[in-house]
Design a protein. Sequence first.
Length: 672
Amino acid sequence: MQLTDNITTIKGIGEKTAAAFAKLGVHTVDDLIHTYPRNYLSYGEPVDIKDTVIGERQAICAVISSYVDTRKVRGLTLTNITAKDHTGNIKITWFNSPFLRNVLHRGDTYVFVGTVKVKNNMRVMDMPEYYKLAQYQDMRQEMQPVYPLTSGLSNKTFQKAIISTREMIYSLEDYLPDEVKYDYSLMDISEAYENIHFPMNEAVLKNAIKRLAFDEFYKFLYDMGKLKAENIQIPNNHRIVQGKNVAEFVNDLSFSLTKGQQQAIEDILADMGSDNVMNRLVQGDVGSGKTVVAEAALFACIKEGYQGALMVPTEVLAKQHYEEISEMFDKYGIKTACLVGSTPMKEKRHIYEGLKSGDIDIIIGTHALIEDKVEYNNLGLVVTDEQHRFGVNQRKKLTAKGDAPHTLVMSATPIPRTLAIIMYADLDISVISELPRGRKPIKNCVVGTNYRNTAYKFIASQVEEGSQVYVICPMVEESETMDLTNVTEYTDTMKANLPSSVRVAMLHGKMKADEKNSIMDDYIAGNIDVLVSTTVIEVGINNPNSTVMMVENAERFGLAQLHQLRGRVGRGKKQSYCIFINGKESKESMDRLRVLENSNDGFFIASEDLKLRGPGDFFGIRQSGEMLFMLADIYNHADMLKIAQEILAKYGDNLGPTKSKIITSLNENAVL
Ligand code: ADP
Ligand code: MG
């Protein structure tokens, strides 16, 4: 078996299963072994019923204390029992499992494993797994991988497929020599793949994850080094010298720039007027005002007679930038257009023509900008906003559309300078460290679910005062269809709990782009008061009239992500509020969320989060939304990033990952 083989070469994988795998992007053996479990189930010591944590998957050991009651309700067969231990009772329900009547009996003792909830003041469990005590004790030591699944693909099938690749995993050749692994305590590559799929225990799993994170960073830095070598001192054939015009543009703004913004613009002008092409990153926390910096750069570029492009990760954001920028530049006679996936074909063609002929000065859009059909007349500057959502190759593809245009990337990922220098080795960096004046700090509170009604009342009163509200709805386990019902149901709940005059709308990932855009338009125009959504609004959206952000199930997010989310409010003059609802009754998650109450420093928040996480959190919640890596995270694995840099500096090309097939596929998978 070879890494490049199609997965149908694996015994037991036929056309049908292969089609299901394809939906997950798994086509080859290489893809398969790089699809890591998203979690591991381990079977812990059963806990007393009264000590079970609500909302958590728990094991209890209990006696069935009622008859096994099976009945039909609205087409569903429900099987109900009550079980007890010496500390309390729990009600257990299974759906459509009538056979259980013949399996479970009053007086039998079982270990039930499932998520504990409260209904009518009583602890309940739906659809738990059940085991005889002896059987359960046998399972205690194992860690079961849980893979990302899709319809037609079960976890069992997935596991079986991986097991068939084991021989090949054992025979993988490592590109790191033994002494390097020894010096840096890095696990062998075969061992790492073996253990990410079949962990012997938690300690070994952690080392496996570290090693694989290392490989991702190493490959990334290796590519980055190549890119840097290519980029260094490319002669500037779009010399832009527009200091005076830009000063006028800045003067015309309705506000005065912060120091950081000013400095960033100066850096950019110096770069674009120098002998070499610009490659610059502007880093600034959410709300620090990066857009206007990009606008100034684009303005200079157009004034010099070149075209400019601005690429953003979502259509909603593209439209918003487009509206702001086209309005702003109209009076200067600058022609702006917006190109996204959902742009009608006819309009697209029109835009392609305008770009080719040079009629359009500035194009704003999503990855639609890097499609083959797009050609430019004279592209002088390429800006990427929210750069962490793009892979290196996507950025490269856009710059390749011009003849060595200047590059400006903008990022809100809060990382300290030392890490930024490693991660963005190919870029010069400008940092905007302060927020615009006159912003009132956001007032934060972390509360339990029993605070919901108070929160609804507060939201109603803010709407009454003319403000708008974002609500991030509760999350269910990672199922997309569930997600939809979830947003819909929660939106209904919101409506029921707010005065009928409050206009509530929802936004979710399954919506068509047009639909999303029109809802966002309505929200920004003030025709919607409360916007219930999944995390789609996370990136970039700017509506200064939004004063409340309420996040349900805040405990499921990384703190840095919550920090980004709350950056959607506090953008105007009014006082803003953030309500984080903690859906878990544990002190641990409360303590973690409290960090947000006490700090506004994105990097501090991310590092505290790491410290406060308990054992058993193998992958760590992604902190940065950094999509370049499948498993590595700059916060969780900052040490591996540093080691990767050190090893690369020491061994350089002698040890190129190009020599190892195993990780060549990695960065290509960067998602958008
Ligand atoms: P981000 O850095 O998160 O992209 P934006 O560029 O969207 O932030 O800016 C957030 C808001 O702050 C916008 O409404 C913008 O007009 C405003 N803004 C930007 N710079 C200033 C400033 N110097 N003074 C006042 N408001 C500003
Ligand atoms: Mg922005």
